[in-house]
Design a protein. Sequence first.
Lengths: 169, 735
Amino acid sequence: METTELVINGKTHELRADSRVTLLDALRNHLELTGTKKGCDHGQCGACTVIVEGRRINSCLTLACMHDGDEITTIEGIGQPDNLSALQSAFVAHDGFQCGYCTPGQICSATAMIEEAKAGWPSFVSDDLEGPEELSNEEISERMSGNLCRCAAYPNIVNAIRQAAGEQS
Amino acid sequence: MTAHQKMDKPDTRNRLDDMRQGLVGKPMDRPDGPLKVSGQATYAHEWDIPDMVYGVLVRATISKGRVTDVESDRILADEAVHAVITDDRLLRRPAQGGANEAPPQGSKQVDYFGQPIALVVADTFEQARHAANILPISYETEGNAAFDPEAADTETDTPEDDQLDQGDLDQAMRDAAFTVDQVYHTPGHNSAAMEPHCAIASWEGDKLTLRGSYQMLNFNINELADALHISPDNIRMLSPYVGGGFGSKLGLSPEAVAAAIAAKDIGRPVCVALSRQQVFEATMRRSETRQHVRLACGEDGILTGLGHECLVSNLPGEEFYEPVTQATHFLYGGENRKLGIEVARLNRTCGGSVRAPGEAVGMQVLENAMDELAEAAGIDPVELRKRNIPEQHPEKDIPYSSRRFTEALDEGAKLFGWDKRNRKPGATREGDWLIGHGMAGAARINVLSEAKAKVTLLADGSAVVETDMTDIGTGTYAILTQIACDMLGLPADKVETRLGDTDFPAGPGSGGSWGASSSGSAVFLACEEIRKQLADKLGSKEADLTLADGKAGTGDKARPFAEILDGKEISAIGHIEPGKTMEDWQQATYGSYFAEVAVNAVTGETRVKRMLGVFGAGRILNEKTATSQCYGGMIWGIGSALTEELAFDNRDGHIVNHDLAEYHIPVNLDVPQIEVVLLKERDEFASPIQAKGIGELGICGAAAAVTNAIYNATAIRVRDYPATLDKLLVGLPDE
């Protein structure tokens, strides 16, 4: 058993768990934060995306005990049904989801991705290494390609993110 | 009070068009949206159940034979491990959609690699997973397993009622001005819904509650009861949110029965989730197909002969087979016809429904062949299709219900700018990219399914809709809310739709695209009955009622429902049944796809640059969710055209690419900003709400538009799906 202190959505949790417990399973099975989803458990689908110390990661690919003291943002910390973030509202308005299972991961991923683009991070489709001037459809699509959606809401996901990113800038 | 309608005659009243609230058809946001985008919707694994433990299924690592020993003692020594379940009631295969009874059971006999053979239960998921991994299993293998559908010694059979030999196709081929005679292959597919299958079973005495991820609770409850040898009266199933299904959750899957048996055995709630790999191996696959298509036409392009003979596969004993020729029977004319299906019996993961079984791969190939015929005859592909739309059903003496195929083809061609394309294959190049345009027709049978729903107009003037129908991302919460709102004259926030609970009246389940029209009709009928009772209270006729914004009547005379109801609620159950209109008319949905692709002349990589779909599916209940369904189908078509392929190892039949890293579904950058146009249509033969199915139409031919465009770009016909780089490289220009 390992004891790990996790700061999740601003609240400190003391986790006592098997060292094999992934950050994803810690959230879902130990801390009652089931907004973060398990789609593949192998870092292939992005449904488990959370933001750790400002960076989006696949929470299934990291052990909870490796995050002692880390600040973690999950979908529950981004917005609640009666207090949605601009991005969450845009997902509803643009129908950026269907079954909704990949959606928390998409939104955590996009929340961090918008910041990455603002900070000038380039992507595979960027014209130069200085990063994009604006988040074009192609930039959004490339940067969100680690988040699979089998319902294939991709066109609407792109529209939702472009709207929310535009409102922020 | 139950309001019942059997669809024996067309319903021409078009009542929803007259309702003043006016929500049906509008692009209303999903009422379940805020919960889903904030992670608060409760999927199968996410119920907070005290004292719950975890189960992990163990899979067979042989393809055919028997389990001779499970050394449970080796792991039961660990006090965290509670049980090793090898009960004879465990499901050996998932149930087919609509089975309504248990599928083959018993874990001793092994029919395919990856079959569940035991369940290990432990305090935590990690403990259960580890114990399951080290559990020693001994087998006795049988050496006569079959893995290759086309091997000479593979046993095959032919479903008798799915063979057609009309006229003389061979002669028609000989006499034709132009012909196509080609063999195509499509690979197996996996639904790959994002939420892996999961069940939490808990017992109180003899009463079982099973929270799971299932599409058709109306059947699933009977499958579960039959498997456990208990009465369905002692079971409650809950699936309020389902993280995608696409056919893989139609029938009961192995985790449900395993969880229920384990929970009873150890006296604690048990949660069993499939791993992604288990989803690939132990739920359903779409069969690979070999399709021999023969088309014969005269100088005018009018078909005189049509052949579509297919080989598919499934496990021995399975009645389901991929109904590849389903739309071929009615879409195009041609009096000489030979259509048939042959089923190879293989020791591979169970074959079952994956989004649009039949048309998804059948239309994909038929529409490739039509493209080949258009070229052979020198006729525009859009025009060729229009010329071959038959007046009467080409095989049966029945008419068509509403059919907007011609309009879809014309509208698509116009919006896409089809006339501007370069008709010469391999002749348009932009730098390293070869540009091509292609189109295809869409068709999918339409089905109405028996459904019930209860609607209650509460004393405060708000309403509740209840059915065990599911929303698997399809938009059920939205469209049932909209129908109730319009019929009862209520704004969206005054209607609450409750789904996925077998304590509610049985719906049709989510499958075969029938969910919206069937459960929508049930809600419509229940609301009609409530309107009658309201009219009685007002001393007027139901037809004369004007309901809107929670009031009856207009202007100063409008009275709030709460006042009319005077403290009493009104509830009714709507009950729809399919009838003669399904047999006496050919019902289907139609559409067209247009695609522009760029194929890299150096690498053979294909990028879809533009894609348009135009669809006619009866009354559209919610423009936003219907459009999303079409996006989904078309994007599945892109996957089917370019990347999706189950790879089997022909030495033992195991799925080589059993996860999302190796089975390539489209990702965001694979998909352009697709355009979807929904045609205005009312199909009075389909349902009392004049709606048809739309959940699968988007895929039914979509891949062909992409590969036809690849042909136009490169002059290469890929008849062996998917059109991966290796299949294009050999034919690309040298420089």
